[in-house]
Ligand binder design. Structure first.
Ligand SMILES: *Cc1c(COP(=O)(O)O)cnc(C)c1O
Length: 369
């Protein structure tokens, strides 16, 4: 029997397609979709996912940094790319690689204008970011007049998009707050419409917004975590499929007896005879030490096994006493059939963090089934 030899992250494109269709089914047919592929497409691979999403028909892709956008362009991506957090040092690359910046501060607005003017560029597209309650990035209401002034006498820039971000769209008990954010955003759009290009695109919803606030659809939605198969609330995960599955073979199996310990600092001590499997992945691969000592649960042969002792840098150990298994057998850390939420049994983090942390030393393998 052929056995897998290494730890790998499988990227299932048919799951991505399924999630894309689920998202679409929540939207009006004319609503555009922006696929968010920042942070290596949530820890998978931004180029593979970016290309797949382009083929599925997204109107935009989005990344956090200019460098991430450059990587997409160099890989052949042609659709518009929005940069959420453009860095001033890399401004020249916006133009060179046809990347659209989010503009959220006067400092950035002025620097961008100067830079473009210097190169005699006119009508460079930007998306204006409005703060409606997240209090992270974006212009506040009291700044709107000044923003308008800036936009009206700057031919360098063209207002192609206006957007904001919902802070708690996945929290049913924050519905009032979310509705207020939607209202504030709609008012902001009215304020800036006159300064925008005729093909202005407004967007507000992230994944939870898409699934919970149809009234906030606007012209486009920004889909991130839902594309990758997760939501922010149990009812959101149900219809989605995890795209990334982290798998690894058993490196070694051994039986230990009562009183024996496992791993650094002897954090696990056996109360009885146990069978322990060592898996070749650790915190350097993205499985945080917080998942040691029973906080992480893996799956093999359809049964679950808890992590015992501390997670090491390159390895971790699981208790497989009740599972009939051999060295080389495949273990699912998380993914299809055992989601990131099932792995993170005590909900010490969120799927976003778990999946984005899988390190680059883990091979990525594309499957389509
Ligand atoms: C990351 C991000 C998204 C995607 O959010 P999800 O919850 O993953 O859908 C949308 N908008 C902005 C501004 C983001 O930074």
């Amino acid at each position: 029997m052929h056995k897998p030899l290494e730890t790998r992250l499988e990227i299932n494109l048919s799951a991505l397609k399924h999630n894309f269709e689920v998202i679409k089914s929540h939207l009006k047919s004319e609503t555009k979709i922006m696929g968010v592929v920042k942070a290596y497409a949530y820890g998978s691979d931004s180029l593979i996912i970016g290309k797949a999403l382009q083929d599925l028909g997204v109107s935009y892709l989005a990344v956090a940094y200019i460098e991430e956008g450059v990587r997409l362009r160099k890989g052949g991506i042609q659709c518009p790319i929005l940069i959420f957090y453009p860095q001033l040092e890399e401004l020249s690359q916006l133009l060179e690689f046809d990347l659209t910046p989010s503009v959220y501060s006067f400092y950035f607005l002025k620097s961008l204008h100067q830079n473009l003017k210097h190169q005699s560029v006119k009508g460079f597209p930007i998306h204006l970011k409005i703060n409606t309650g997240m209090n992270r990035l974006g212009f506040d209401k009291h700044q709107f007049e000044d923003v308008k002034t800036c936009l009206s006498d700057r031919q360098t820039l063209k207002l192609k998009g206006i957007f904001s971000h919902l802070a708690a769209a996945g929290m049913p008990n924050e519905k009032r707050f979310s509705l207020e954010q939607i209202q504030s955003f709609q008012s902001a759009v009215k304020v800036f419409e006159a300064y925008a290009s005729h093909d202005l695109t407004t967007h507000l919803c992230n994944s939870s917004g898409i699934l919970n606030y149809a009234e906030a659809e606007m012209d486009m939605v920004r889909a991130g975590i839902a594309l990758y198969g997760y939501g922010n609330h149990p009812k959101e995960h149900k219809m989605l499929k995890p795209v990334a599955s982290l798998k690894t073979p058993i490196a070694q199996l051994r039986w230990i007896v009562k009183g024996d310990s496992v791993g650094y600092d002897r954090k696990y001590k056996a109360q009885s005879k146990r069978q322990i499997a060592t898996l070749p992945l650790g915190y350097a691969d993205g499985i945080s030490r917080i998942y040691g000592n029973g906080n992480g649960i893996v799956k093999l042969h359809g049964k679950i096994a808890p992590i015992v002792g501390n997670v090491c840098m390159d390895t971790l150990m699981v208790d497989v006493t009740d599972i009939n298994c051999e060295e080389g057998d495949e273990v699912l850390i998380f993914g299809e059939g055992h989601s990131a939420l099932d792995f993170d049994i005590n909900q010490l983090s969120i799927p976003y963090e778990l999946i984005t942390r899988i390190s680059q030393r883990v091979s990525r393998i594309v499957i389509d089934k």
